[in-house]
Structure formats: structure tokens, C-alpha cells
Design a protein around this ligand. Structure first.
Ligand code: FE2
Length: 311
């Protein structure tokens, strides 16, 4: 899939993907700066690149991706998930949006997500870039506070622009080999929610399923699970954390790294292979995140409380 992947990226005009943005840059190190030519770290990076390239040539379908979404400035959750990904022999990480909003570490989270192989725009990312619309007052206050952090006068204008430019260039969807990746839904990639109870809304589901070829991967609701074209919904527990692909089309909500809402406070993400997918739940120090939220006046305490409850 490697060669095809690059071809698809060119077709979609997406510029953040390429072998030089290997996942190992993010999962093996917090250091994002490019290594010096000829240095040990550059040599090992080149070695990793060539190993990935060889693997794709041997078995083009063997690319193993981690799909993460809805980080919401939760650094502890994101770091725990990246650490877990490091142990899963992952080739690429895709982020399905909402890097920021709600949580206390927007700058740090954007910095880490920049090294992903692909990233989409989420509605909270858009809310920070433009005028936030359709958010409740707590979410809106968090977005205004997030903006202030991204315009931190203690940082250089160039450094602030680096973060804003990254957000401003994020695409709303990504298509490759029958797969569609969005933040919200196939119909409205940024804002439409697809909740488990929507399986009873036949018209909505028929429309959504008509808009992609094989599988659609999304976030936004923070509720993980698999929707089938036959109007069924399977939570990760229903399928014991794993789902094997059949001929039936599916929509997959990958859950949330930084603000799970399915009653399980652990971070959630998905590992995607050609055969199927696996849900991973990762414990992290949410009390540390909660403490940070409590200490920031502009962030409602409720935003911390809900991390403890996973709601
Ligand atoms: Fe979100």
C-alpha cells in the first residue's frame, strides 16, 4: 500500500504525509527537531525509514496504523497513548481531529501531533482558528483560553505562527483505497455527530453509508464503536475489543484519547490493519490533568470531573 498511499496523498493534495514523517519520530522521542546530518539519530532514522519501505514492498497490505482522535489538550492521555503505540509495531499514526479545546496543554499536544503521518481538522480546532459557533459556554470559554495560549507573548511570533499554521492547513477529510477518514461524519466531516442510537434513524444511516466505498473512520462523539450497514452498533465490549472486516461496510468511531465518554476513563484508540481493527484502552494519570484544569480559572472544573468519570 506504500506506493499507492503516496499516490493517493498527491491526488488529495495533502502535504503532511511522506516517508520522512515516519511514525517512529513521534513514538520514539519527544524531540521533534531534525537531527544533524550524519549524526547517530539521523542514521537510525534512515534505517527505520528503509525498514518500513522494505516491509511495504514485501507485503503492501501490512501497513499497521494507529488511529487516534479527540485529544483535547490532554497531554497525559496523549503521552500514555503514544507510549502504548510504541509497543505495538505501528507504522503510521493518523489523528482524526480535535487536538485542542477543553484541556490544559494545547501547545504541547499540537507539537506532538505535528509528527503524525496524517491529521484532520476537528470542530474545536476550527473553533480556535475562527469564531467558535455552536459550542456551550464552557467549551467556548476553553476555546478562547486556548487561543490565548497559542498567542503566548512569551513565545516568539515565529513559534506561535508554527502552531497556528499547522492547524490552519489541516484538511477536513482523507480518502485512500476505499477508506474515508473524517472527524464528524461522511456527510459533514467537521460537525455532524453519529451516536449509537442513530442506528434507529434509517434515513440518516443510509445517507451516511452511501458516501463512502468500504469503511469510514471517525471521532467527534468520543463514544467508540462499530456501526454496520445493517444498522447494528457494536461497542468495543460487544466485540471483545476486536472486529474483523467482512464484505459489509462499516463506520468506526475510534473513541477519544483525551476525554472518553463511554463510562471508561481510560484513553481509547484503534489499531487498523488490512484484516480488521483492535480497540486499545490505556490508563493514564487523569488526576494530574484534573489538577491542571482546576488550577486554570478559564477552564470549568466540570471538564476535569468528567475525566474521572469517563463521561
Ligand atoms: Fe471532540
Amino acid at each position: 500500500m506504500g506506493a499507492l498511499l503516496v499516490k493517493c496523498c498527491v491526488r488529495d493534495g495533502y502535504t503532511h504525509v511522506g516517508p520522512e514523517r515516519s511514525v517512529r519520530k513521534i513514538v520514539n522521542s519527544r524531540v521533534i527537531a531534525a537531527p544533524r546530518p550524519g549524526s547517530g539519530s539521523e542514521n537510525s532514522r534512515l534505517r527505520e525509514k528503509s525498514l518500513l519501505h522494505e516491509r511495504r514492498i514485501e507485503d503492501p497490505l501490512a501497513v499497521k496504523r494507529a488511529l487516534i482522535s479527540d485529544i483535547h489538550s490532554n497531554l497525559e492521555g496523549l503521552e500514555a497513548v503514544l507510549k502504548d503505540i510504541r509497543g505495538q509495531d505501528i507504522d503510521e499514526i493518523y489523528c482524526l481531529g480535535d487536538i485542542i479545546g477543553y484541556g490544559p496543554n494545547p501547545r504541547e499536544c499540537i507539537d506532538l501531533i505535528m509528527a503524525c503521518d496524517a491529521c484532520l481538522l476537528g470542530n474545536h480546532d476550527q473553533g480556535a482558528l475562527f469564531d467558535p459557533e455552536g459550542f456551550n459556554s464552557g467549551a467556548e470559554r476553553a476555546i478562547f483560553w486556548t487561543r490565548e495560549q497559542l498567542e503566548d507573548p512569551r513565545q516568539s511570533a515565529k513559534e506561535n505562527a508554527r502552531l497556528w499554521d499547522f492547524l490552519g492547513e489541516l484538511p477536513r477529510n482523507r480518502k485512500e483505497e476505499g477508506y474515508l477518514f473524517v472527524h464528524g461524519s461522511p456527510r459533514n466531516p467537521l460537525n455532524e455527530y453519529v451516536f449509537p442510537e442513530d442506528i434507529y434513524n434509517q434515513r440518516k444511516m443510509e445517507k451516511l453509508f452511501s458516501l463512502f466505498e468500504r469503511s469510514c473512520f471517525q471521532g467527534h462523539t468520543h463514544v467508540p464503536g462499530v456501526f454496520t450497514e445493517g444498522s447494528r452498533f457494536y461497542s468495543p465490549e460487544d466485540v471483545k475489543g476486536e472486529y474483523s472486516f467482512t464484505d459489509e461496510k462499516i463506520m468506526v468511531n475510534v473513541g477519544s484519547v483525551g476525554q472518553p465518554r463511554d463510562g471508561d476513563p481510560r484513553s481509547c484508540y484503534v489499531i487498523l490493519t488490512d484484516d480488521g481493527l483492535q480497540y486499545r484502552r490505556v490508563e493514564y494519570d487523569f488526576e494530574k490533568t484534573i489538577e491542571k484544569i482546576y488550577s486554570i480559572q478559564e477552564l470549568d472544573n466540570f471538564l476535569g470531573d468528567r475525566l474521572r468519570a469517563g463521561r
